[in-house]
Unconditional design. Structure first.
Length: 312
């Protein structure tokens, strides 16, 4: 018989197809009565496939006493109560590495679009202003600018390599120094002060919550730009909105927000921000690879073998 698993949130279609072939899948996100659904399937469910904000909290783990593994679609596990999982001796897996290049591409697209104002220039053309108002206003070059990477992990390093190819200089801050040639700054404030563009690539969670605050934005200054491809939680959005509207920083490029997808409507009127709807890894190729790894972790576990990418 196929192992029984719960699918916490709607997954990439190709991933769901593979899960359906290998497992008996119970879709929690379709349940009319969540508690009744969990009570019904709890005696047999041994695995949980989850995605993004669906995560897995301690209450969900308690509702599934036979649970053995939580397989996450994505690198970040901040929506999963990892401490609770460890306490219950549950395996938690994620999907690292397979999305590094794609997210790094998105990060550089944000840097380019924010400094060069390409989305605004296209809108200018489509509005017919080129002929009636003349050339689009001049923007800012990337070459020679300093990119400060807050969180020089696998994705951060991939971004740094791309930025170097654009002629940018790199600095970074991590919890600890790495064996890299880039200059190291002691904290986010120092990094912001020494950067033209501050790019956030840290994990989410309590440790990095609102790490980008008014003090960091003050250090970045009126000529500085902020780019975030990490999590919405790492930025004090109220402060950032104010700093953008008052031109206390030059601009921002954001792929992630608080309360996605129902983001603060104030963002829609901020002209010096480039906004993406969390598309960092959103290509067919990358999402397929992420799903394959999520499924592989489950298959390995139920075959009595170690998961490929365990977090716990």
């Amino acid at each position: 018989m196929k192992p029984e698993i719960i699918v916490a949130g709607k997954l990439f279609a190709r991933t769901q197809e593979k899960l359906d072939k290998a497992f008996t899948c119970h879709k929690l996100y379709e349940a009319a009565d969540r508690d009744a659904f969990l009570k019904q399937h709890a005696p047999k469910v041994r695995g949980l496939a989850t995605f993004g904000p669906n995560g897995a909290d301690a209450k969900l783990m308690d509702a599934l006493p036979k649970l053995e593994i939580i397989s996450n679609f994505g690198v970040g596990v901040d929506a999963i109560d990892v401490a609770a999982a460890k306490k219950r001796k549950l395996i938690v897996t994620n999907t690292p590495d397979v999305l590094n290049e794609c997210v790094a591409d998105t990060a550089m697209a944000l840097v380019l679009n924010t400094l060069r104002a390409f989305p605004a220039s296209e809108s200018y053309l489509r509005s017919g202003y080129w002929a009636t108002r003349g050339a689009f206003p001049l923007s800012t070059s990337l070459g020679g600018k300093t990119l400060g990477v807050l969180g020089l992990g696998r994705i951060g390093e991939a971004i740094a390599k791309r930025a170097e190819a654009f002629g940018m200089k790199i600095r970074y801050h991590n919890r600890s120094k790495k064996a890299v040639a880039y200059p190291y700054d002691a904290d986010a404030v120092a990094l912001a002060k020494n950067s033209d563009v501050l790019l956030v690539a840290t994990p989410g969670g309590a440790e990095t919550s609102k790490i980008i605050n008014a003090k960091v934005l003050d250090a970045l200054g009126a000529g500085g730009y902020l780019v975030n491809i990490a999590r919405g939680s790492v930025i004090d959005e109220t402060a950032l909105l104010r700093y953008l509207k008052e031109k206390k920083i030059a601009g921002a490029g954001l792929d992630v927000f608080d309360n996605e997808p129902k983001i603060n409507p104030e963002w829609f009127g901020v002209e010096n921000a480039v906004l993406f709807p969390h598309v960092g890894s959103a290509t067919v190729e990358t999402r397929t690879a992420m799903g394959d790894l999520q499924v592989e972790n489950l298959l390995l576990h139920f075959a009595g073998k170690p998961a490929k990418t365990p977090v716990t």
